[in-house]
Design a protein around this ligand. Structure first.
Ligand code: MG
Length: 157
């Protein structure tokens, strides 16, 4: 068994769609990034890579590389899962904390868990997901960014 911790943060931008956990969340802004800015999937990817003792997704998908401009983070996750499978591991469970002042994400928890269940090939019961506000403190609290932490537990196949 191996455990990894992932963290990511992305700023909001008016001209973007908001993608979290591979789904589009209706909101007036989205997250800025070289990819679709899916902070939740990025944190999961880094958790998986961290558990395997590997560097973060920036090393595999550099933001200087135009091949990855606008890439959906579901594609990044697929590549990370391939790396994990090559090492003969599978995901046992994940626990995710989103740090987000707005929008309110609780109405999307079930959709998100359902989608993550499909993407990660694990049961919904093995996916913990919650969003916390930052009590209006700092940049996240002003609604300028969303951050995400994810802890991932891998099991040897
Ligand atoms: Mg990122």
């Amino acid at each position: 068994m191996k455990i990894g911790l992932g963290f990511d943060i992305h700023k909001f931008s008016k001209k973007r769609k908001l993608y979290l956990g591979g789904i589009e969340i209706p909101y007036t802004k989205g997250l800025l990034g070289h990819s679709d800015g899916d902070v939740l999937l990025h944190a999961i990817c880094d958790g998986i890579l961290g558990a395997l003792g590997k560097p973060d997704i920036g090393c595999y998908f550099p933001d200087k590389d135009s091949r990855f401009k606008g890439i959906r983070s579901t594609e990044i996750l697929k590549e990370v899962l391939k790396i994990m499978e090559r090492e003969r591991f599978k995901i046992k469970n994940v626990d995710i904390v989103l740090l987000c002042e707005e929008p309110k994400l609780s109405p999307f928890y079930e959709n998100l868990r359902e989608n993550l269940s499909n993407l990660l090939s694990i049961e919904k019961e093995n996916i913990g997901l919650k969003a916390k506000t930052f009590e209006k403190l700092g940049e996240i609290g002003k609604g300028k960014a969303i951050a995400c932490m994810a802890i991932v537990c891998l099991d040897k196949i």
